[in-house]
Design a protein around this ligand. Structure first.
Ligand code: NAD
Length: 484
């Protein structure tokens, strides 16, 4: 049986306690994962501190950037190994992981290598009271040892989205991947050794949240900042841990994102766009659309067109190239999603399609599969419309006026993303200004430029990452004022 170990100070570290890594396609155990205890977490943080004081933060910017490019190249060289590991951990289709997860994993290192090399700092020359001169200039110092806590839905992509800029800025990291998807973070350790990244710069510890590696890492006083992507409730627990020692956090949290389709939209593009935003990655995308609002004149037609899309997905072995719909990440998560399917039915929803578990042959019957599901007819107060399900489902409601749909879209404690479909450019600008979200896509969804700010408003996050915004978290700005 394959073993997944902790990666501390450039070495593979086993422990006496292991847990199972399960393939959600068929329920089979694919690896035993060595769970880090307090002592391994402590060793990882100490290794990161030593590396920070050692060669890494002292390295010339150009050299460090070249090393990040080498990491990206090495991920691409091992593309198939990363792809196989990500598919085995998540069950996501080859078609998706080969286009999104692994290429973005590599691109995150290249993008931040370039950005850091080209990022200017501010400079303010000034006159002094004695009629002399002084000059102020900004220096970006590394923040220190960064704790990186990651979710399971886009494991390599979201982890490297943090590790890339953290390393580019001269920090060292201790990564705690999700217990559901430990493989690709571990493989990245092999890449770090292969390209000669100094030991202790990148460390990986495995385990769970409470009373396990996640809690031990976030409580550790040797961690200078915590970047976290995951559920809002987990963010609250981590923020409490970070309060000890007043350590900064960067949070990318949950969402309950609206998709808004106006009658003037390009109909076919809007249907295809909402089908993607509601069902891609089996609905396990933080930016995904679980509340769809469609202008009344096209409502019935839209519901039928989205139903046809949902029913056309091909489920099966993720490595089959024609397959485009995977299982949920785990049986536990399926229980959660199915509990919302039941709530929707109990609340009197019209089930347009889906609502249960598909009938699949052979081994697949032991996987964590659910049907893509569409509801109509629920009141806006229903739990299915208020709470994040994180599954392949959406509720579609009609609306009559722009102001009405803005109010419905904003009536949520979350504020991560929105997707709006209209051909009226003035309306597009009005919606961009009115929606209380961190990311508003018009006539698109999940179209990413890594230079832009990424993150959520309200309970969907704290701070922004992406482009120079990442540098605000991963560096400590220092002003140097010199009297001339
Ligand atoms: P989760 O919050 O359950 O777990 C995320 C990570 O936190 C895991 O590694 C887990 O082990 C760890 N953890 C849990 N409790 C902890 C604790 N008390 N202390 C320290 N670490 C702890 O999230 P998940 O189920 O893995 O991911 C799904 C969630 O992530 C959804 O809510 C989704 O919206 C959100 N998400 C947000 C974004 C974004 O960019 N805003 C992106 C992807 C996912």
């Amino acid at each position: 049986m394959h073993e997944i170990k902790n990666f501390i100070n450039g070495q593979w570290v086993s422990t006496s306690k292991t847990f199972e890594d399960i393939n959600p396609v068929n329920g089979k155990v694919i690896a035993h994962v060595h769970e880090a205890g307090r002592s391994e977490v402590d060793a990882a943080v100490k290794a990161a501190r030593t590396a920070l004081r050692g060669p890494w933060s002292q390295m010339k910017l150009e050299e460090r950037s070249s090393m990040l490019v080498a990491i990206a190249d090495e991920i691409n060289r091992r593309f198939d190994t990363f792809l196989e590991a990500e598919i085995a951990d998540t069950g996501k289709p080859y078609s998706l992981a080969s286009h999104l997860d692994i290429p973005r994993g590599a691109a995150n290192f290249k993008a931040f290598a370039d950005l850091m090399r080209n990022a200017p700092t501010e400079c303010f020359p000034m006159r002094t009271p004695d009629n002399g001169h002084a000059v102020n200039y900004g220096v970006r110092a590394p923040r220190g040892v960064i704790g990186v806590i990651c979710p399971w839905n886009l494991p390599l992509l979201l982890m490297t989205w943090k590790v890339g800029p953290a390393l580019a800025c001269g920090n060292t990291v201790v990564v705690k991947p999700s217990e559901e998807t430990p493989a690709t973070a571990t493989l990245l350790g092999e890449v770090m050794n292969a390209v000669g990244v100094p030991e202790g710069v990148y460390n990986v510890i495995h385990g769970f949240g409470p009373d396990s590696a996640g809690q031990f890492l976030t409580e550790h006083p040797g961690v200078d900042g915590i970047t976290f992507t995951g559920e809002t409730r987990t963010g609250e627990a981590i923020m409490k841990a970070a309060a000890n020692g007043v350590r900064p956090v960067s949070f990318e949290l949950g969402g309950k994102n609206p998709g808004i389709v106006f009658a003037d939209a390009d109909f076919d593009k809007a249907v295809a766009g909402i089908a993607r935003s509601s069902f891609e990655n089996t609905g396990q995308v933080c930016l995904g659309t679980e509340r769809v609002y469609v202008e009344r004149p096209i409502f019935e037609r839209f519901v039928q067109a989205l139903k046809a899309r949902a029913e056309a997905f091909q489920m099966g072995n993720p490595t089959d190239k024609g397959m485009n719909f995977g299982p949920l990440v785990s049986k536990e998560h399926r229980e959660k999603v199915l509990s919302y399917y039941k709530k929707a039915a109990d609340d009197g929803a019209t089930i347009v399609t889906g609502g249960g578990v598909p009938d699949l042959p052979g081994d697949l019957a032991n996987g964590s599969w659910v049907q893509p599901t569409i509801w109509t007819g629920l009141p806006e107060t229903s739990a299915v419309i208020r709470e994040e399900v994180f599954g392949p489902c959406c509720h579609i409601a009609p609306f009559d006026a722009e102001e009405e749909v803005i109010n419905m879209a904003n009536d949520t404690p979350y504020g991560l993303a929105a997707t709006v479909w209209t051909q009226d450019v003035s309306r597009a600008h009005r919606m961009g200004a009115a929606l209380e979200v961190g990311l508003c896509w018009v006539n698109s969804w999940f179209l990413r430029d890594l230079r832009t700010a990424f993150g959520g408003a309200k309970q969907s996050g704290i701070g922004r990452e992406g482009g120079v915004h990442s540098f605000e978290f991963y560096t400590e700005p220092r002003n140097v004022c010199i009297k001339l």
